[in-house]
Ligand binder design. Sequence first.
Ligand code: C5P
Length: 239
Amino acid sequence: MEARDRIVLALDVDSKAKAISLVKELAGYVGVFKVGMQLYNSVGPDIVKEINDLGGKVFVDLKFHDIPNTVAAAGRVMARLGCYMFNVHAAGGRDMMQALSQELKAAAQSVNQPEPITLAVTVLTSISQEQLSQEMYVQDLKIQELVVKWALMAQECGIKGVVCSPQEIIAIRQACGPEFKIVTPGIRPAWSEANDQKRITTPRQALDMGADYMVIGRPIVKASQPVEAAIKIVQELEG
Ligand code: C5P
């Protein structure tokens, strides 16, 4: 895998024009474009095909969480759309993730497309230990223990990887092995601003800890020269 293939650019904009202009500018410098709730819900699913037509791979970040039949059906749509990766909440449970994995295999074959990489979101990084205990009533586990348990459960259900905090990379890699995909946001090169991200690592640190993909938004999108910012990150990953 080349260094640039590891960069997932967060297209956190709400107009098609802005998104497409970023894709055209950066397609040669990043590996994957992330379309989240803001962009997908603003402009609709065709954005995935349009980015594919420009040569970009797409991570659809909609974090599905519903009954098994509904999530499996949503997975079928993702396979038809031609997305490269998408995610679900591990909290949706074993049956939901198993139903999705089974359906996806059949769906990808029927449309003659590669199977999208499925990722599980474990505990959102915005959730604190206190919230886990007081609001979700999980009182006997530390967040890191729960994250590893859910990553293992997702893997057993045929899910191909996780989205996690850089702080969880080492424990998940150790538990789930080298093939399991680890995608991490909260990435800030030393030269960029932290913005609202708190527990950050540099791209190089995340790579050294075992991340496969790094989700990066503002350090590239908001840079005065986005292409140069992307090139600097690639060089950091290579060096
Ligand atoms: O601009 P920035 O690099 O902070 O963008 C990070 C992206 O990763 C955003 O799209 C954000 O929603 C997403 N994300 C995150 N932290 C998580 C999960 C997703 O920052 N725990």
